[in-house]
Structure formats: structure tokens, C-alpha cells
Design a protein around this ligand. Structure first.
Ligand code: HEM
Length: 537
């Protein structure tokens, strides 16, 4: 009886403990949700209002001010736009135009439940980008899993420092010099198809170049990262494109931002998980084969980015990095870094090159000036190397001006890791600071009255002479987290421009509709249609 009673007591206590735990978990989650969606944005807003910052009076608990911003953006996107009109802020960063007109320079708004202030003063921007106490905002979990994992782009703090040390040698000048040939080869393959199309069409043809720039940059990144395994790498791009499409659609669903939503077995979530899994499988296979090669072949030496990464990684085996611990990447870390390089290195440069082709076609005088320089430097043969790329000054000026007018990442964000002082602003812990790169690149106070014109001449004496403040030009960000692939991308862009202009003449097709948009990246909504002619030599 006692035993039975004892058992009853035990079961009761167990049930009580379980119920209490469940209730505590529910209470904790409800409190976190209330903090995230209601309390934190209101608290931060109160602190900023007390300091004279202004912004929209109301915001939706899930969507923040997104409805108003998207409505304004869609109205702007539906208007016709002249190609030489670079005053496109209302479609690229609509929140900036909408709220700076209403509230002046010191304004805030809410992106979903995230409360943000916008900072444009170049001195403050410099402080934000260089001070490591401002860390990278965490990305939506689905985007993170799909494209970056726990890779360099998303890491913060000590993990980021360790990872950057491992990744940097793969992008040093000496390593990059050896990649120029690969860049030329990948470009030539696509340009040969242009030549064939022109021949078939009897002298000139219309081409949508955004697609072809994507083929070049995906081929360059898979060849430079994976060398002989580039074909396996290239399979990933189709999946990545599909993931971009699915995630863009998913973004329109307000529940997408709810914590834990990714675990709901919706058709879209299932497709996304399947694609992520497929990509990881391809990458793991490539890396495992490499690890095996390195193990059995003593003479195995660094040839491509993955080899370089793996060899820096194995040299780190016995090296104490920080706090006396060693840092070595495991296979999942390597997979995440490859994913990061694929997305960061492909879509960015591809959109950038598309805008470059468009502006070269629209400004024939600059196309000709660049062509003369290329003729002088490399005599129009494909004998391009790193030294010759360095000598292409006019091409460099054109590329800078395209980066200024069409920054591919039109805004950057950072989060305060603790209460801080930024100039005369008190920045509370957790506040998100947005840097509107696009608007800084188009500000007449920083660039002069001709800011809305395409004028590469402004870069004749370098960036420091082109604008009032070095931090006014940040297409690749600034401070310790500047783009790891900056020099890689500049080299690749020069190779593509030099190869295209050595063989072809470009003009804008009448079928081109100018519609820049900011969908993750600053890119042309309907692609870029150009008329391509073979150059008379
Ligand atoms: C037109 C081309 C490119 C542009 C405009 C661009 C722009 C940027 C920007 C603005 C950031 C910093 C983001 C932030 O501070 O929040 C960044 C980071 C990064 N980029 Fe690029 N990028 C380009 C090409 C590339 C290429 C070709 C690669 C690699 C092959 C690459 C790899 C990376 C990586 C790994 C990071 C993260 C660096 C870190 O956090 O330490 N990027 N990029």
C-alpha cells in the first residue's frame, strides 16, 4: 500500500515537475517574444526620442514600418526612369528618402520588429565600422543556413577573428596573381559564344548580359575555389538561384520572421531544406576528396582557394591563436566558408559587372577611352596578367564610378554590443545602426554638385581627392570587416572589361527598360539588353 502510495506520490511529483518545466518554458518563450516584438523596440525608441531623434509615430508589431516603406517603393518602381537618371534613392533605399524628408537627418524606423537609427555622418560611420564593439546584425536564420552557415560573413567576436586569419592568406596579392589566368579563361569561354551569336546574326546581336556576367562570375569562383572540381561546384549555382527565388517569395510572408517558423513543414520550407541539404552534400564530397588527397600525397601543394584554406588550416593545428586555444576548421566550417565565398563572390560581382557593361554602352566616349588604354597596356591579345591589370588606370576610374553610382550592397548595419557613446549620441546596447551607403555615394555635400552624373574623372587622383571624406566611398565596407574579396573582385572586373572591350563594341538596346531594384543586392529588375558588335580590328 505504502509502495503503491509512494508510487502515486512519485508519479504526481513527476507530473508536477514536468508541468512546471513546460510552463516555465512557455513563460520564458512568451516573455522573449514580448521582449523582442514589443518591449525592446519601444524601449530603444524612448531612449532615442529623448535625444531628439524622430521617426514614424506608429509601427506594426510584426511588420514595423515595412508596409508604408514597401508601398512607397512599389509606387516609385512603377514609374519610368531615364537611364542617365541616377537619383534612384526612393527605389533603392526608400526608407531613407521617405523619412529623411519628414524627420530630417536624425531619424529612426522599424524594419519588421527591428528598431533602427540611420547614421550618415562619415566620421561616425568610420567609428561604427572600425570599432569592434559594433558587431554584425544576425541574419534571418533561413538566409543564414542557405547561403552562409556559420561562415566569415556572419560570425562575430573571437570566432570571426580566428576565421578571418585562416581565410586571408587565400586572398593575398601573391595568391590572387595566380588566379588571373583562370579569370581570363572563364571570360573567354563566354565571349566566344558572343562571337558565334554575332556571326550567326550577321554582324551584331542583342544580348541580355546580366545572365552572361553570372555565368562568368560563377565559373570564376568555382574554378578559383575548386580548381579541377569546378564542375561539381557549378552545380551549386542552380540550387542557389532556386533558393534566392524561394526565399524572396517567403519574405512576403510576415510569419516567416517568427522564431521557429522554419520548422513548420510548409511546401516552401521543405523545398528550401532540400536544396540546402543538396548543396551541403556536394561541398562535403569535394572537401572529403581533397582531405584524402592531402593525406596520401605528400607533395600535395596549394593550387586553389580551397587548397589554400585547407593548408592554412592544417598549419594552424599546433598554433595557439587567442586565449591559448587552437583554431582549426572542421568539415562543416569548411562547407560554410565555401558557401560564403560562392554567394559573396558570385552574385555581387555579377551585378556589378552588369551595371559596368550598361554604363560603358551608354557612355561611348568612356568605352573608347577604356579601349585605348587596354590597347596600349595589353595590345588586345589575351595576354593579361596582374601587372597589366595594375596599369589600367582609366578602367579603374570607371569601375570606381560604377561602384559609387550602383553600390551593390546599398546599406550596411551594425549592432551595439553594449551601451556606448558615438559622437554626441548615446547608443544603448542592442540598437541597430544603419549606414545608407547608397545615399552617402549620392550626397552633393560629400561629392560636389555633379554627384548625379557619371563622371569617372572625379577619381583621376584617387578616392581621397574624389570626395570630402574617405568614408564617403564604401562599396566594400570599411574597417576590419571590409570585403575579403575586394581585390579579387577588382581584378576579375578588370579582366572582364578588358576582354570584352578588346573584342566587342557595346550599345544599349532599345528593348532595355531601366529599373534598378534592391533585392538583397542592387541589381537590374529586367536584366540588361545590349547590342553587341564585333570590333573591326
Ligand atoms: C562587386 C563585388 C563585391 C562587393 C560590392 C562586395 C561588398 C562587400 C561588402 C560591402 C562587405 C561587408 C559587409 C558588411 O560590412 O556588413 C563584404 C564582405 C565580404 N565579402 Fe564582398 N563584395 C564583393 C565581392 C566579393 C568577392 C568576389 C568575394 C570572394 C571571392 C567576397 C567575399 C566577401 C566576404 C568573405 C565578406 C565577409 C568579410 C568579413 O566579414 O570578414 N566579396 N563584401
Amino acid at each position: 500500500m505504502e509502495l503503491i502510495q509512494g508510487q502515486v506520490i512519485t508519479w504526481r511529483s513527476l507530473a508536477l515537475v514536468v508541468t512546471t518545466l513546460v510552463l516555465v518554458a512557455i513563460f520564458h518563450n512568451v516573455c522573449s517574444l514580448i521582449m523582442y516584438f514589443w518591449w525592446t523596440p519601444r524601449r530603444l525608441r524612448g531612449i532615442m526620442e529623448k535625444q531628439g531623434w524622430k521617426g514614424p509615430k506608429t509601427f506594426h508589431i510584426l511588420a514595423g514600418n515595412m508596409h508604408e516603406i514597401m508601398k512607397f517603393r512599389d509606387e516609385e518602381l512603377s514609374k519610368d526612369l531615364a537611364l542617365r537618371n541616377f537619383d534612384t534613392g526612393s527605389r533603392i533605399l526608400p526608407q531613407y528618402v521617405l523619412y529623411s524628408q519628414k524627420y530630417g537627418d536624425k531619424f529612426f524606423y522599424s524594419y519588421g520588429p527591428i528598431f533602427k537609427i540611420v547614421v550618415t555622418d562619415p566620421n561616425l560611420v568610420k567609428e561604427i565600422l572600425t570599432n569592434k564593439l559594433y558587431y554584425k546584425e544576425s541574419l534571418n536564420i533561413m538566409i543564414k543556413l542557405a547561403f552562409f552557415g556559420k561562415g566569415l560573413f556572419t560570425l562575430n567576436g573571437r570566432n570571426w577573428i580566428e576565421r578571418r586569419q585562416i581565410m586571408e592568406p587565400s586572398f593575398h596579392h601573391e595568391a590572387l596573381k595566380g588566379m588571373v589566368n583562370t579569370m581570363v579563361k572563364a571570360t573567354t569561354l563566354v565571349l566566344d559564344t558572343w562571337e558565334k551569336k554575332i556571326q550567326d546574326a550577321g554582324g551584331s546581336t542583342e544580348l541580355e548580359v546580366n545572365n552572361d556576367m553570372g555565368i562568368i562570375t560563377s565559373s570564376v569562383i568555382s574554378r578559383t575555389t575548386f580548381g579541377n572540381n569546378y564542375k561539381e561546384g557549378q552545380q551549386m549555382f542552380e540550387q542557389m538561384e532556386a533558393l534566392v527565388q524561394l526565399l524572396t517569395k517567403a519574405f512576403a510572408n510576415p510569419f516567416f520572421f517568427l522564431p521557429g517558423y522554419r520548422f513548420f513543414p510548409t511546401p516552401s520550407n521543405r523545398k528550401i531544406s532540400k536544396l540546402i541539404h543538396k548543396n551541403e552534400k556536394i561541398l562535403k564530397q569535394i572537401i572529403q576528396i581533397r582531405q584524402e588527397q592531402a593525406r596520401v600525397d605528400e607533395s600535395f601543394c596549394a593550387k586553389d582557394i580551397l587548397d589554400l584554406m585547407m593548408s592554412t588550416n592544417s598549419n594552424n593545428k599546433n598554433k595557439k591563436v587567442i586565449d591559448g586555444t587552437t583554431s582549426q576548421l572542421n568539415i562543416q566550417n569548411l562547407v560554410d566558408e565555401c558557401k560564403t565565398l560562392f554567394l559573396a563572390g558570385y552574385a555581387t560581382t555579377s551585378s556589378f559587372l552588369t551595371w559596368t557593361m550598361l554604363l560603358l554602352a551608354e557612355y561611348p566616349e568612356w568605352q573608347e577611352r577604356a579601349r585605348s588604354e587596354i590597347r596600349e597596356v595589353c595590345n588586345f591579345n589575351n595576354d593579361i596578367d596582374a601587372t597589366k591589370l595594375n596599369q589600367m588606370k582609366i578602367v579603374g576610374m570607371i569601375l570606381n564610378e560604377v561602384h559609387r553610382l550602383f553600390p551593390i550592397l546599398p546599406q550596411l548595419t551594425r549592432v551595439a554590443s553594449k551601451d556606448m557613446q558615438l559622437g554626441d549620441i548615446f547608443v544603448p546596447k542592442g540598437l541597430v545602426l544603419e549606414i545608407p551607403v547608397f545615399h552617402m555615394h549620392h550626397d552633393p555635400k560629400l561629392w560636389g554638385e555633379n554627384v548625379m552624373e557619371f563622371d569617372p574623372n572625379r577619381f583621376t587622383n584617387g578616392v581621397s581627392k574624389a570626395c570630402q571624406h574617405q568614408q564617403s566611398f564604401i562599396p566594400f565596407s570599411g574597417g576590419p570587416r571590409y570585403c575579403l574579396g575586394q581585390n579579387f573582385s577588382l581584378m576579375e572586373s578588370k579582366v572582364v572589361v578588358a576582354s570584352v572591350l578588346s573584342r566587342f563594341k557595346l550599345s544599349v538596346s532599345p528593348s532595355y527598360k531601366h529599373c534598378p531594384e534592391n533585392l538583397f543586392l542592387h541589381s537590374p529588375k529586367f536584366g540588361v539588353q545590349l547590342i553587341i558588335k564585333k570590333l573591326d580590328t
